[in-house]
Ligand binder design. Structure first.
Ligand SMILES: [Zn+2]
Ligand SMILES: [Zn+2]
Length: 244
């Protein structure tokens, strides 16, 4: 412990650390990326959202065990969804630093955040294979990693389930989804994915992993391709869900 403190103090001389979100100096503390205040500000979902579409219960959303009034009658392609936190504030900062700031090492912290979710412990033991939402190869090349793949590997290590990489494959680059309307997103993403070896996935229960869910169009398209390949069910896990 004393050695740890000396080591931190020594490293701080050369690598001054500050909180990614509020920029507060973290030297002489045990925190590396986020201060405790910012950590406490992450808004977690409280596991009361709709199991099928992720909607948060409100005056216009009535929940049942099979879904809610918002997703009733809609065909979503995935069977259940677990979302860990809201995509805002500290979580947005973390994911931006991770993906666009190429701070690959943040996956460890993000994995710890995911593993705090209690619903996962009901769902993951039942699944057969973890499948990350793929990036287009050129994007993967530029970024140096696929964020969903790193998050999947954290779940793999914890639950000892296999991960299937590159079987669900992105054949087209899609322009950034964030600036598009929902209809444009659907056209943009249509047929952007294929399953290369259907035999590996046929009859299996899949955990599909993505970092952020906005409209759900990407996750739905991936789930659709997985279902066409004959999987039994698709359970979606997203680290952060956008408030639309
Ligand atoms: Zn902070
Ligand atoms: Zn719903």
């Amino acid at each position: 412990m004393i050695f740890d403190n000396y080591l931190h103090a020594f490293l701080d001389l050369f690598y001054p650390r500050s909180c990614l979100h509020c920029k507060r100096n973290l030297n002489n503390s045990c925190e590396f990326y986020l201060c405790n205040d910012c950590k406490g500000q992450i808004s977690y979902l409280d596991n009361t959202q709709c199991i099928r579409c992720g909607a948060v219960p409100g005056p216009y959303t009535v929940l049942s065990t099979k879904g809610c009034s918002a997703c009733k009658g809609k065909y979503l392609h995935f069977d259940t969804i677990v979302a860990v936190a809201y995509y805002e504030g500290v979580m947005r900062t973390l994911l931006h630093a991770f993906k666009y700031g190429r701070q690959r090492f943040l996956f460890m912290m993000l994995n710890d955040i995911i593993l705090q979710n209690k619903k996962l412990y009901d769902i993951v033991p039942e699944i057969d294979i973890i499948v990350p939402v793929p990036l287009y190869w050129l994007k993967n090349f530029h970024r140096g990693f696929n964020q969903s793949e790193l998050l999947s590997k954290g779940i793999q290590r914890h639950f000892l389930k296999p991960v299937s990489i590159n079987n669900l494959y992105r054949i087209r680059n899609t322009s950034s989804q964030t600036q598009l309307s929902k209809t444009q997103r659907q056209v943009n993403i249509h047929d952007a994915f294929i399953v290369k070896h259907t035999k590996q996935l046929r009859g299996k229960k899949i955990l599909l992993v993505d970092d952020v869910l906005t409209t759900g169009v990407t996750a739905a398209e991936c789930s659709k391709k997985l279902k066409e390949a004959g999987v039994q069910s698709v359970h979606l896990l997203v680290l952060a869900i956008a408030i639309l």
